[in-house]
Design a binder for this molecule. Structure first.
Ligand code: ADP
Ligand code: ZN
Length: 434
């Protein structure tokens, strides 16, 4: 039996004490935030006296902070400390436009490493593990974030970063990698290359994968687990809130614990901004209550999820959020119907003949929207007879139609036909420019 907790006292703190701690830290964070040009103005404009915030609910008196606010205060309008206190910066991956920068003090980096160590321990990882980090090192937080946490825990860390698939496989074999950190899309590509090299993925020493940085369905998790014969754990984070380590699954794999001594969690109706009760689905709003260099209050993540209200059998008292359904801005509208790529992904990954890569292409033909789905099949399927392939195409189309109520055109492809993803996958290609 390994270690159960990284910081047992905090991770299992009773709710009442946890909420008291949150309020104390919130007040300190608001004071720190009021030192920044951005929040000084926000607090003045809204006329909120931060000293009057005497409960977590009072937080709702403050406006939400958006990604655009970060862009507008680029580069340092949200910095709360002296320049000499800052030891690092990162930038978001810029999935949806100009990226934003985040600064960290020395203590912020230490705290972040601790949070990541907590997450890793919650999945049963120990200092005996060999951790290969296949996320991008550099401005993106995925690489260095997990790196520092895994070192803090005491794992042997292999900073292999993204891409260079043959080298990744060699490192896995030579050093007996037991845990990887990887995007779900890259893990599906990697396993194909492993098999192409006549290696049985089940023969590797791999036990676990931390999959994150992009939305994925339960069906994809299962697929990854089956293909490698491992446990895959969902890892959620965003650079505005440090990076990875915000929320992570424990060994129960029923939602991701969110570290409430560092983050205040709210879920809002994305249209009205109204705070929703626990259990209702909406947009996740996070307040970082433990950051020196860049305290961010009520940040709109644009990620859709819900709070799971029940307690977790693992003993951690910090609440869980459900797997992210998608981002409010990756939803697309086709023929008037709102569709999340994750709905299509879920259908595809549940069809056993479907391989590991797919693409959603949106076109406009004669003023009508067209949903075009390109899917790679497993090679043995691809060489099946034509009648069988046509039947499969019809089955996939029918399943998608009944899920998203739009009639798709399905194209079946040989494995390897679509561009492989090494980082965050681009799943949707919208050719409908007006
Ligand atoms: P960008 O907004 O430029 O992509 P980040 O690199 O900070 O910036 O990425 C954070 C975003 O990545 C999150 O807000 C979320 O949309 C997505 N993400 C991260 N982890 C997960 C996960 N486990 N499941 C779904 N989406 C995730
Ligand atoms: Zn748990």
């Amino acid at each position: 039996m390994g270690i159960m907790f990284w910081n047992e006292e905090i991770e299992t703190l009773d709710r009442k004490s946890l909420e008291k701690l949150q309020l104390e830290k919130l007040q300190a964070s608001l004071t720190a935030a009021s030192q920044t040009p951005f929040y000084r103005k926000v607090f003045e404009d809204t006329g909120v006296d931060i000293d009057s915030i005497r409960s977590i609910e009072h937080l709702q008196d403050l406006p939400l902070t958006t990604k655009n606010d970060l862009r507008l205060s680029y580069p340092d309008g949200m910095v709360a400390v002296d320049r000499k206190e800052i030891v690092r910066m990162h930038a978001s991956s810029g999935t949806t436009g100009k990226s934003t920068v985040i600064f960290y003090s020395r203590r912020d980096i230490e705290d972040w490493a601790d949070l990541v160590a907590r997450c890793m321990v919650a999945t049963g990882t120990t200092p005996d593990d060999v951790f290969q980090n296949m996320m991008g090192y550099g401005l993106f937080t995925g690489g260095l974030g997990l790196h520092y946490g895994a070192e803090r825990l005491g794992c042997l860390v292999i900073p292999s970063s993204t891409g260079n698939t043959m080298k990744q496989i060699q490192l896995m074999q030579d050093f007996g990698t037991t845990v990887v950190h990887i995007t779900p899309s890259y893990s599906l590509h990697l396993v194909e290359v492993i098999r192409e090299n006549d290696i049985d993925p089940h023969d590797l020493s791999l036990k676990k994968a931390y999959i994150g940085a992009e939305p994925h369905s339960e069906a994809t998790r299962k697929k990854i687990e089956d293909q490698y014969g491992i446990d895959a754990y969902n890892s959620y984070g965003l650079s505005e809130m440090n990076g990875p380590g915000v929320s992570f699954e424990c060994t129960e794999k029923q939602g991701m614990h969110i570290w409430e001594d560092f983050y205040i969690v709210e879920v809002i109706d994305p249209h009205t901004g109204e705070v929703l009760p626990d259990g209702d689905e909406g947009e996740l709003v996070l307040t970082h209550i433990n950051r020196e260099a860049m305290p961010i209050i009520r940040y709109r993540t644009r990620d859709l999820t819900r709070i799971i209200p029940d307690s977790c059998p693992c003993g951690r008292t910090h609440r869980r959020i459900e797997r992210i359904k998608g981002r409010t801005d990756d939803m697309f509208i086709i023929s008037g119907v709102n569709v999340f790529p994750s709905q299509i992904e879920s259908v595809l990954m549940n069809v056993p003949e479907v391989g590991n890569n797919y693409q959603i292409v949106l076109d406009r033909e004669e003023n009508l929207d067209r949903l075009h789905i390109k899917v790679e099949l497993y090679s043995k399927m691809f060489h099946g007879d034509l009648k069988e392939l046509n039947r499969l195409k019809e089955t996939i189309a029918e399943k998608i139609r009944s899920t998203v109520i739009v009639n798709p055109r399905v194209e079946l492809l040989e494995p390897g036909s679509l561009p492989p993803s090494t980082g965050k996958a681009v799943r949707v290609i919208d050719n409908r420019e007006l």
